[in-house]
Every structure is written in C-alpha cells, then in structure tokens.
Design a protein around this ligand. Sequence first.
Ligand code: AMP
Ligand code: MG
Length: 412
Amino acid sequence: MAEFLPGALRIGEPPHAESAVDQHEPGTVLLPRAQAGGLVLAEAIMSSEDIPPFDNSAMDGYAVRVADLSEGSLVLQLSSEVRAGQSAMSALRPGTCARIMTGAPVPPGCDAVVPVEWTDGWVEAGPVAIHRLPVLGQNIRRAGRDIGAGDTVFGASTVVTPPVVGMLAALGKREIRVVRRPTISVVATGDELVGDGEALKAGQIRNSNGPGLVAQSVYAGGEVVLEDVARDDADSVRAAIRRGLAADILLVAGGVSVGLHDHVRAVLESEGIEILFRGVRQRPGKPLVFGRAPRCAVFGLPGNPVSSAVCFEQYVRPAIRRFLGYPDERGLRDAVLEEDVVKRPGLHYFSRGVVRAGPGNTLTVALAGEQGSNIYSSMVRSNCIVHLPEGRDSFGRGEVVSIEPYAWTHGA
Ligand code: AMP
Ligand code: MG
C-alpha cells in the first residue's frame, strides 16, 4: 500500500495543504516540544551540555573527605552547608564535613557523601558522628554521567514519547523538527444522510461514517482539514472531491459501489485520478477503491459504517503511520477460537471479535455477534479483527487464528 501513496510518504516532499509546514524543509515542521508528542523526529538531537552539568550529591547527608575517616575515627566537625541551586562554595577543609542536599554541587575536596541516615541526624554545629565508612565517590553523581556534551541523544526517526519530551527539556531544546502530520479530507456521500440536530425524515439516516472516520484519522495521527457531505449526484461529488484533493489523503465514504447513483468512481476517473485498484476479495469492504492524484492518496471506502471503519484500519491507518515515519506496526497475534465459524471461501474475512486472556499466556477469541456490515454495534462491542483467510470455508472451535487488536484496544 505504502508505495502507492504519492507525495504522502517521504520527508522531503513539497507541502501542498495549508498547515504549519516549514517551506524550507518540506515534509517536516518545527514544533514546541510539548506539541510534538507522538510524532517522529526529523533530525538527530545532540546535546550541547553535560547532564548533570556538575558533580552533585545523590543523597541528603554530609559531604566528606574519605581520607579523613577510618574505622577507629569516624567523627568530623561541621563546617558549612551546601543547598541545591547553590553555586560558589569553599573547599572542604581536612577533618570537616558539610551538610549537603540532594542535587547540590559537591564542594571541592569532597569525595563522598554520607547519607544522613548513617549519622545521628542533622546537627547545627560541632561534631558529626558517622556510623559507617563511605567508599570513594559514594553518592556523588558525576557531571556528564547521564548525557555528555556532544552526545547524539536521539537519532532521526525517534518517536517523541513523554520521556523524550522530558529529556528534550533537560537538554534545553524548546522546539524540535518532526515529520508533519498528513492532512486528511473526509467526504461522506449519500442523499439519505442528515447531520446532527436535524429531525430524521422518512428514508433518512444520520451520517455516522464521517464523524467515525474523522475520529479514526485523528487517532491515527492525521490532521483533518475538511469534513464534508456530498449528495448522490456527480456535481456534488465532484465539488467535494476537488476540495478534498488539497489534502495528502482523501477519504470518500459511500457511493463507490455499482449502484445507479454511485458516482464516486466515475468522478475520480473523470478528474484524472489514477485508480490503482477497485474491489478487494474481502468482507467487509469488498467495493474498496484506491487511487492517486499527483499529491493525494484517495481511498473510496464502502458506505456501510463497519466497512468504512474496517477498511480504514486495514488500509488508511497504515498509510498514515507510514507517512508519519512509524515502522510497520501491524500486530497479528495467535488466538484460540471459542466457536465454530463458517464463511464463504474466496473472500478474506475481517471479522469483529472479542479477544480475552486464555489459560497461561494464551488468548482466546469469539466473534462479537452479528457480522453484517451495517451492524455497527458489533464493531463497538469488538476489540479486535479476526483474520479468516480467503482459501477456507470453515474454522473449528479450538483452532488457532490470527487476530489484530484495534489501535484503541486497551493494552494493544
Ligand atoms: P453505499 O456504499 O453508498 O452504497 O452505502 C452502503 C450503505 O451504507 C447504505 O445503507 C448507506 O445508507 C449506508 N451509508 C452510506 N454512507 C453512510 C454514512 N455516512 N453514515 C451511515 N451510513 C452510511
Ligand atoms: Mg450511497
């Protein structure tokens, strides 16, 4: 699929949709680090500083000179205190110690920190009795121990996870260059569709695909730039498609099949969009159409809500993830069927299933009820797709099949 996505996949493609795209480095965008979560770094990140920047204490305790201490001589005189955030400090004189707090710089001469728990507690002045001998360097965190100045901290293609954002802050990097999100247009088609807030008249249904596909697009990491509804006439479909082609990815739902009023395929062709395939031996989603314009990948999704949702997860989501620079995430797992299943041979079934933990480390899966492509409730009830391959016509209870948790399935 990915190689069919013109202009939508590689860093370096010129931008063509309105978004915060940097004209100098097309395909990437400079973002405040907190807005870059879930995106992929477009360049390596080097550190210009040591982390930590200075030798500091790992404990609240007393800064000491190890040479001043021996088994028979474990008492030092308190000289001063070093707090976190403090800079200038005098060297530790022989025979003395200083109260030191976690994160405070160790004073010159200090070569170990004795935790306060190894003493009789905090004293204001006078002798400090130490219970155990520290070793050289104990509880001192050396400058550059975590990250050294000049280190490559993250390679390009690193996913910006929450700890990456934290590390960027530690490095003082406020803005980072990441692969931009693909822009996505969502066009639902159908004379029967009404929007939110309108009363249903005879023959009408509410548009569920549009909002569902918008949510799936956002969940996958896309930036939805257009949500539209077209009527079942060629001009209305054409106008919506023309608008939608300004995005990297255009999703047209409904009207892609062979009905007398299904105009999407003909309009796509008359608009010069190269159709790469139409019709896939699968259920649901058999009428799926895929084409490309010079700067846009076009998916014609069948109108039944389950078909459009399943086709999105199987074809559109991987395209979006590829655009974003993610590695292949397809996560097929083995699960033991809890029931006998009969299917039509010659079609790959993407059935809605409920996967759960079985004995030991195994998974078991049952179908999530009625599988008609208009039965949206079983889509909502399910937490995975069960793959039932084309060549078979039945599967027995106890057989191992491949399942694929949805991206939104908890723990997937
Ligand atoms: P179509 O692919 O246009 O032939 O539509 C197939 C079925 O899906 C029909 O029953 C349509 O009413 C229904 N459908 C099409 N678009 C939507 C939509 N946006 N929301 C809900 N159902 C839809
Ligand atoms: Mg229709």
